[in-house]
Each structure stands twice: as C-alpha cells, then as structure tokens.
Write a protein that binds this ligand. Structure first.
Ligand code: ADE
Length: 226
C-alpha cells in the first residue's frame, strides 16, 4: 500500500512514520508513504495557501488552487482508490472503515486546516471525508496519522503474529479481554488462575466471556447494534 499525505505541516509526520509498527511496515516493504508540503504547490509569489472567506467572517480558508495543483501532480503518477479529506463533519472512522481502506492500493489524505477548505475541494477533488471523532482538532494531521496507523497495522504481514490484528478490540464488535504478564502475583494482585492453567480451550472460552462482559459494561451499544 502507498499513502500520500498533503499537509501544511510535514514535520508533524516525521516521528510518527519512523517509529514502531509504521516503521516496520516500511522496512518490510509492505507500505510506503510520501508527505507533500501543500505550500510547494502554491504558484503565487508568497506561496499563500489560504485566503479570507467570501462574504466575510472570522478565520482563513484553504484555497483550491494549491490543492488542485498538488493532486494533479500526484494523480499523474498514481491512481488513487480514495482521496480522503480529514474533517470533523466527515464519516466517522471505525474499525470497519479501516478494514475497508486496508484493502486498497493507493490512498491520498488531504489534511484540512484553518477554518476549513474551499467547499469546491470537497465537492470536486476528494472522494471521501473522514472524522476521527466528535471533537475539533487544530488540523487534520493528527487525524491523518490515526487513519494511517489504523489501516497499515491491518496489512497482511505487518504485525508479527498474523492473528493479533484479528483479536483487536472492535474486530468482532467486541472490546478486547484483559491481558496480563509476569509476575503472576504482584503485591497480592493475582493473575486469573485460568491463564496459568495451560488449557487452551478454557483460556479461549474465558477470553471470549471476558470480552462479552467488558463490552456489555463499557460499550453496550456494540452488542445492541446487532
Ligand atoms: N480536523 C479537525 N478535527 C477533526 C476531526 N475530529 N477528525 C478529522 N479531522 C479533523
């Protein structure tokens, strides 16, 4: 999979893509990413990327021209399955959206900023709008990183144990069961006996029951949605 990210703050991505699972995915040749500075695609002499809103009002609006120039440049090299705009009023990111995106070859993510983007970008240039939750971020960069992380970890071969993404919270509309590691007894706080029993079937059964129980307690809507 390849992801192109269009942003006004390219440095925000430097660490995110050079650590942990996102780094490993690249080292293994399963994922590539390019970060594009939108300012490089502004043709005016000050490299402006934003302007005052027509009709007045507070805040600046991201201009269509640099975005269109940048996308034209990128589209000459790749066919995108989706061109995603990160926006608080977009479709809500969920595990099923991430699963769907993980099947794609090429994604482009446009990070929004300021008061928003010229509406014509949304109408004509992007194919999908995604929100990571009902709160407003200062910009779309963190949202783009969340989307990329949740998708790339699902690509076959990225996680060491192929099954571990399948047992993630939400993958079966259940949250994950609790996990423990050594020591088995810490200050009298004990690991449940079943996990030390060596009975795989009983352990699987216990984990499933815990996942259902936790989902009922913490996220009952996941069960009632069915
Ligand atoms: N940009 C600002 N807030 C956002 C959000 N919640 N999700 C996606 N992009 C955003």
């Amino acid at each position: 999979m390849h992801i192109d990210i269009i942003t006004l703050f390219p440095d925000m991505f430097t660490e995110i893509f050079s650590q942990s699972i996102l780094k490993r995915a690249q080292t293994k040749g399963l994922f590539t990413v390019d970060i594009h500075n939108l300012r490089d695609y502004s043709l005016n002499k000050n490299h402006n990327v934003d302007d005052y809103p027509y009709g007045g009002g507070a805040g600046m609006v991201m201009m269509i021209e640099p975005v269109d120039n940048c996308l034209a440049h990128l589209k000459a090299k790749r066919n995108y399955d989706e061109i995603i705009y990160t926006a608080p009023d977009g479709e809500r990111l969920s595990q099923s959206v991430s699963n769907e995106l993980a099947l794609k070859e090429n994604l482009c993510i446009l990070c929004g900023h300021y008061k928003g983007v010229d509406e014509r970008i949304r109408e004509h240039l992007v194919t999908r709008e995604i929100s990571i939750g009902d709160y407003v971020l200062s910009g779309g960069e963190l949202a783009a990183a969340v989307i990329a992380d949740s998708v790339v970890r699902l690509l076959p071969g990225v996680l060491n144990d192929e099954t571990s993404a399948l047992t993630d919270s939400f993958q079966q509309d259940l949250v994950s069961p609790p996990v423990y590691t050594r020591p088995a007894d810490y200050k009298g706080w004990k690991v449940p006996d079943v996990l030390l029993s060596g009975h795989d079937k009983m352990i699987d059964q216990w984990r499933f029951e815990q996942a259902v129980e936790r989902t009922r307690e913490r996220r009952p809507e996941l069960l009632s949605d069915k």
